[in-house]
Ligand binder design. Structure first.
Ligand code: PLP
Length: 398
């Protein structure tokens, strides 16, 4: 038979989506499943945002818009960049896409020539290497350490740079670790990017979900040289409980924005017109529901982190952003469960789903095979129940 695309064949299916699907399937069979896999807020999209979408439909705002998004939404995003991130992006530097994933696809399409390298610090969100490969690039994984709070250091970055390095992916707040980069760390990274001359893809999707004292900082806000080399990427999905609406956006140089707009104009045309109206309301309307969701996430975060710390064999760093706890399961490896030796985190995940109806996300596909991710984007009751089950499992180990 005729050979299919090597590039497409090299792409791995998303394992987080597979875990969510398995948990849903067991639920449909009537099992009392706790799913810690959720990569999305459990809240409904706030009412005012839904109303804006309904109004858009009734007003007939149901036609094509400009390919890179409406001027109205670009102006709202420009204002948000200014006020929230301290970043100046004019409307012609902004491209609105069908979700953050699509924005990232546009970015790498605009940056990469065949064989260009993209540095990705591990642990990483599992889609980065796949999107880079699809764009013809070569992911270069730089593994961080727990001692460095799973954050990339300027030294490790500099050591990974070659003459093929085109870009670095910098994700803060981080999925899966929940870590935030400090201004000092970002300045050191920016210095390397400027000196060695490569782009920084700053994925700030979780920027509004930051807890405690530490503030979210956009690397592009730290000076003109780094601003010129950064493409800042964010979206509405996580902050406004709008995962299904599919709105993401970028701020970049005009040149890159123009290229991404042209690419998008042929591949998908504009993002959904109705969702764009909803996004305007999300960004410019009342923010009280964001505050409420944030407060609820923070409560769950504290509870989950404490429970994990109190458990034998499990260990985690306190997450400062997003809605995940990144758990080190290495002390479980080598223990026995009912006579069977546990050799890997995926094996532990199988036991948890099959015997305890509890779904966790093993992080091999996030570049950290001995760790797993627990999402706290589920109710506190569910979190409590699921952690009780994990604790029972841990107590069974010999
Ligand atoms: N970036 C990170 C770090 C994410 O975790 C996600 C979603 O899981 C995205 C980007 C993409 O978000 P979306 O495509 O839903 O806007």
């Amino acid at each position: 038979s005729l050979e299919l695309s090597k590039k497409a064949a090299a792409v791995k299916p998303s394992s987080t989506l597979a875990i969510t699907a398995k948990a849903k399937e067991l639920k449909a069979q009537g099992k009392d499943v706790v799913g810690f896999g959720a990569g999305e807020p459990d809240f409904n999209t706030p009412e005012n945002i839904c109303e804006a979408a309904i109004k858009a439909i009734k007003d007939g705002f149901t036609k094509y818009t400009p390919a890179s998004g409406t001027n109205e939404l670009k102006a709202a995003i420009s204002k948000k960049f200014k006020e929230f991130n301290g970043l100046d992006y004019d409307t012609d530097q902004i491209v609105i896409s069908n979700g953050g994933k699509h924005s990232l696809t546009n970015i790498f399409t605009a940056l990469i020539n065949p064989g260009d390298e993209v540095i990705i610090p591990a642990p990483f969100w599992l889609s980065y290497p796949e999107i880079v490969k699809l764009a013809g690039g070569v992911p270069v994984i730089v593994t961080t350490t727990k001692e460095q709070n799973f954050k990339l250091t300027a030294e490790a970055l500099a050591a990974a740079v070659t003459d093929k390095t085109k870009a670095l992916v910098l994700n803060t707040p981080n999925n899966p670790t929940g870590m935030l980069y400090t201004e000092e760390e970002l300045r050191a990274i920016a210095k390397v990017a400027v000196e060695k001359d490569f782009y920084v893809v700053a994925d700030e999707m979780y920027e509004m979900l930051v807890y405690g004292e530490q503030k979210h900082i956009s690397i592009a806000s730290l000076g003109k040289d780094i601003y010129d080399r950064t493409i800042t990427c964010s979206g509405l999905a996580k902050s406004y409980a709008m995962t299904g609406w599919r709105i993401g956006y970028t701020g970049s140089s005009k040149e890159i924005a123009k290229m991404m707009g042209s690419v998008q104009s042929h591949q998908t045309s504009n993002p959904n017109s109705i969702a764009q109206k909803a996004a305007v309301e999300a960004l410019t309307g009342p923010q009280d529901s964001v505050k409420k969701m944030h407060a609820e996430f923070d409560k769950r975060r504290k509870y989950m982190y404490k429970r994990i710390c109190d458990m034998d064999l499990l260990d985690a760093l306190e997450p400062m952003g997003a809605f995940y706890v990144f758990v080190d399961g290495s002390a479980v490896l080598g223990k026995s469960y009912k006579g069977t030796k546990i050799e890997s985190v995926p094996q532990m995940a199988d036991i948890l789903i099959n015997e305890y109806n509890t779904a966790i996300v093993p992080c091999a596909d996030f570049g950290f095979p001995d760790c797993f991710r627990l999402s706290y984007a589920i109710s506190i009751e569910q979190i409590e129940k699921g952690l009780d089950r994990i604790e029972s499992f841990i107590k069974e180990l010999a």
